[in-house]
Design a protein around this ligand. Structure first.
Ligand code: UDP
Length: 327
């Protein structure tokens, strides 16, 4: 059995990745400190609790399972928090990733799938972003992810560590079978906040800014279904297992939705009103982040078939009404 070390396997995307890896015949080993993840979400393979910055713990886990590859999801990922507490982002996302990468190389595990982000690009005047767009992050979250991309390139040159780097656009939706889904603490993401507001579980949604240079004045993002995103990771793992060279792929659909368009769709799909009010801009937000995803399609054979806004909100809504973690 081929083991894959999945950092952040107790989180939203990592837990679904474990499900997909198990279906593909791998044994996903979750490594997670449970600060933002959930023990209940680890359902598809062994669990090892630990912190990315704990080298001794990582060494023990590599020795125990001898994973063929690492899928590195674990990270802090909130733009707003990153603006106020950049040190956390550098210590956890960069320091923790460096420790993990050093442990992987020391253990002879030289295949690495890394969760990067479109936030590494920054604002580019309404252009569609491809993998060659200059990376000019506006916040410490994006900067920390870009730094890890650089570390991976350096470690490839020095130690032969091959990587597939995925720059995610906005991940949304949930497991269609509602075994795992999005449940952040605190929640900061648009779609789960909107669903909470619909159900009266929290106050009205605040739209962060209506004076952006977009058709309706609200920010535009490219949303990709978590199932499609994770499919790309399995394809990326196969890519590395076939011995191919390191590669960067954007994961988005090429279609942007403004905040108001997401709210409109939310009302249609749930058949309920979304309580919202207009607020001021959130520091660190880009105007528009929309991907060109032709590279992933052409080279990995990736097709984000489930990533319609309708399907993403419908799957998120189903999960929202049934599945919540307790531990
Ligand atoms: N957003 C909003 N109100 C909220 C949360 C998010 O208007 O309560 C907006 C945010 O400014 C961005 C979009 O929704 O334009 C998606 O934000 P999210 O935090 O979900 O993801 P991000 O783009 O930061 O990764």
């Amino acid at each position: 059995m081929t083991h894959i070390l999945v950092t952040g396997g107790a989180g939203y995307i990592g837990s679904y990745a474990c499900k997909a890896l198990k279906s593909a015949g791998f044994v996903p080993v979750t490594y997670d400190n449970l600060v933002t993840g959930w023990r209940d979400a680890v359902k598809f393979g062994p669990f090892e609790q630990g912190d990315l910055t704990d080298r001794a713990r990582l060494d023990a886990v590599f020795a125990k399972y001898k994973p063929a590859a690492v899928m590195h999801f674990a990270a802090l990922s909130q733009v707003g928090e990153a603006m106020h507490e950049p040190g956390h982002y550098w210590a956890n996302n960069v320091g923790g990733s460096l420790t993990l990468i050093e442990a992987a190389v020391a253990a002879g595990c030289l295949q690495f799938v890394f969760s990067s982000t479109c936030a590494t690009y920054g604002d580019h005047d309404n252009v569609v972003l491809d993998e060659n767009t200059p990376q000019l992050p506006l916040n410490a979250y994006g900067a920390s992810k870009r730094a890890v991309e650089d570390i991976l390139a350096n470690f490839e040159a020095a130690h032969g560590l091959r990587s597939v780097i995925f720059r995610y656009f906005n991940v949304a939706g949930a497991d269609p079978e509602a075994e795992v889904g999005e449940f952040h603490r605190p929640e900061t993401h648009l779609i789960p906040l909107m669903l909470d507001a619909i159900e009266g579980k929290r106050d009205a949604l605040t739209v962060f800014g209506e004076d952006y240079d977009t058709p309706d004045g609200t920010c535009i993002r490219d949303y990709v279904h978590v199932c499609d995103l994770v499919d790309a990771h399995v394809l990326g793992l196969n890519w590395l297992q076939e011995g191919k060279d390191s590669r960067v792929f954007n994961l988005g659909t090429g279609t942007g939705f403004s905040v108001m368009e997401v709210i409109d769709q939310g009302q249609v799909i749930t058949n309920r009103p979304v309580p919202y009010s207009m607020g001021s801009r959130r520091a660190g937000d880009c105007t528009k982040l929309v991907s060109g995803s032709s590279r992933a399609a052409a080279e990995l054979g990736w097709s984000p078939a489930r990533s319609t806004m309708k399907q993403m909100i419908a799957d998120a809504w189903r999960w929202h009404q049934t599945g919540h973690y307790k531990a």
